[in-house]
Design a protein around this ligand. Sequence first.
Ligand code: SF4
Ligand code: F3S
Ligand code: FES
Length: 238
Amino acid sequence: MKVNLKIKRYNPETDRQPHWETYTVEVEPIDRVLDALHLVKWEQDGTLALRRSCAHGICGSDGMRINGQNALACKVLIKDVAQEGSTISIEPLLGLPLVKDLVVDMEPFFGHYRSVMPFLVNDEPLPADGRERLQSPEARDRFDKGTWCILCACCTTSCPSFWANDEYVGPAAIVQAHRFIFDDRDHAAAERLSVLNEQFGVWRCRTAFNCTNACPREIPVTQLIGEVKQTLATGRLE
Ligand code: SF4
Ligand code: F3S
Ligand code: FES
């Protein structure tokens, strides 16, 4: 089938503003949008800039807006967003500085990620027998969903609170904080909760649900944010 890709292009060396360009490609209905972008880059315009690595929904590097919805280009099938002859619009993620074409500067996003201490904190010595810190399956389940996150930024860059003020720590960072706050081996929940209780922390979330709808890993992002809010409100880690 033939489809048109309407891609927002921007070259910082020659353009003052982004502009749209349209390319027609021949694809199979079960090809992914990433395959169609590769056809443009490899056969029509090698200057098209985009990030991708794994092409299998694991690395999180090809988040972009496809027909106005944040998604990973390698997980969206052509048949789900287009018919013969129709046009698919493709833009960079919103709310992060634009570098070139579909590439945005992820540093502000990773800055928020780092602010919640996304690593295990436990200064106690390991068990004398040299084994790892054991954890029950139930305790592991408590934070399991947060471990699915691939840091693609589709959630944070679809959030109206983040668009309004990019100092908001954003849903991805809260998911990462949740993953450690509810890990019974970790000892830094209070520090993370303190960060999330600040002006640009979790209370900026207005329960818009865009983050949950955008997440390609099907993480119930808004629910996890709600659990962090609940912990802050009650003072109890449950
Ligand atoms: Fe991506 Fe989902 Fe992680 Fe957000 S929570 S960064 S959408 S994987
Ligand atoms: Fe934003 Fe998600 Fe809250 S979209 S407002 S972080 S529920
Ligand atoms: Fe790795 Fe899409 S290219 S998630």
